[in-house]
Ligand binder design. Sequence first.
Ligand SMILES: Cc1cc2nc3c(=O)[nH]c(=O)nc-3n(C[C@H](O)[C@H](O)[C@H](O)COP(=O)(O)OP(=O)(O)OC[C@H]3O[C@@H](n4cnc5c(N)ncnc54)[C@H](O)[C@@H]3O)c2cc1C
Length: 436
Amino acid sequence: MSSSPSRIRVAIIGGGLAGAALLRGLLRYPHISVHMYESRPAFREEGPGLAFTTSTQSMLAAIDPELERCLDRAGAVQTSFEIRTASGPHTGQKIEVNGLGARSKKIVSRQAFLTEMLNGVPPRMMHPGARIASVMNLSPEQGLLLIFEDGSQKKYDIVVGADGTHGFTRQLVFGDDEYLVRPHSTGFWSLPIKVPLRRAQQAMGSRYIDPRNPRQIGWVGDGTGMIHNLLDNGTEVEIVVYGNMDDIVEEDGFSGPSWAKLFTPDEFQDMFASNQLPVCQGMVDLIQSVYTVQVAAICQLEHAPAPTYVTENICLVGDSAHSMLPFQGASVGIAIEEALILSTLLGRLPSRAAIPAALQAYDRVCRPRAELATRSSAETGFLVTGRGPGVGLDADLLRRELRHKWDFLLDVDIDAHRATANLIMDQLLGAEAWPL
Ligand SMILES: Cc1cc2nc3c(=O)[nH]c(=O)nc-3n(C[C@H](O)[C@H](O)[C@H](O)COP(=O)(O)OP(=O)(O)OC[C@H]3O[C@@H](n4cnc5c(N)ncnc54)[C@H](O)[C@@H]3O)c2cc1C
């Protein structure tokens, strides 16, 4: 890795969506030398598809106009969004959500999108199969030493932790404070599957699954939520079901909270017994056709609110900063915001001495947004699984509670946030000039 000594050296640990978006944002700045390290042998993103609202699409374009086109190349489906009750006295009723109606999102397979994002990035900047074992802070002049699992070492000026929910970089910021470092069980679980369009239509009917009118529909059940949408240019249907374990306390394992919640097929079916609509029963049947012996759901974890996402030369982005519940699809939108703000600030760095000011500005603008999203996602989780306190499955009350729930994501004025971040950085730097 040869880089001019005057260039600011940035290492991104983790090659998921957050790391990849930041990498794309930093590429355009000639005074920055950036490298992204991924422990797995290839860049992979697993799990259900991702929804990009129109505001998140604009942020992608602001990071790099090519990124917005990556969505289409990855087979994103332009989709309307609606929520309906699946159980209770108002079964089938539609719950309007402000700003999330016709053609409001693009939903894309995360692996296809990540692949497109990384296409065209110079291979010398991407390092799959490189696990970082630790990071040592040398001195303000010398920077940080990355120590790889194979013992090799490299020096950087800034380390960005993009290593996800279970990554180690939170320790670099929070030290031994286990409460802040480790993610916690939330009591929610989820289970995604993907099936070909024709098979989904056979099981669920075609009223709600129509490639001529792509819709993402969330069904609010009695302690459960179900969601379905088209993916991969409309050739596949993705189904994700969620549940809330009420008062069941998850036992934490030796190395942290449990990852999986297991159900017998009968237990699973019972949970959805009150969702009598054929479309919902079709989803249960499809999941049981995949999981015939035991239904294995993923436990949803979240991090405790953090007092900061940064040190003087280390910062956290994406899930390593704030794992949150997926009910608003906020994680990726917030990670893209962070990539945009952080790359803007690092792009303005006049010298190494200004790094702490840039990271502080990032923290002050991005952390409150992420913590708001975390709280809002948790509240939404209870509402869309029919467990909102005093709300339950009452369609009118659900309308009242959910109508403005997405406003903070949809109405974001990203130019104002960027301007505020720049201002904070300038104020922290004072009027001094910082030569490279
Ligand atoms: C069931 C489910 C549903 C979801 N639904 C949605 C949704 O609808 N909308 C939404 O916005 N979000 C959703 N999310 C959340 C979303 O998946 C995450 O926010 C997003 O994928 C996180 O990206 P990331 O880059 O921060 O982390 P990750 O994708 O976890 O990437 C971290 C990377 O770091 C690598 N790594 C770890 N340690 C090291 C190391 N020591 N050295 C080098 N590399 C390392 C890992 O291998 C991994 O590739 C959902 C999540 C789940 C589980």
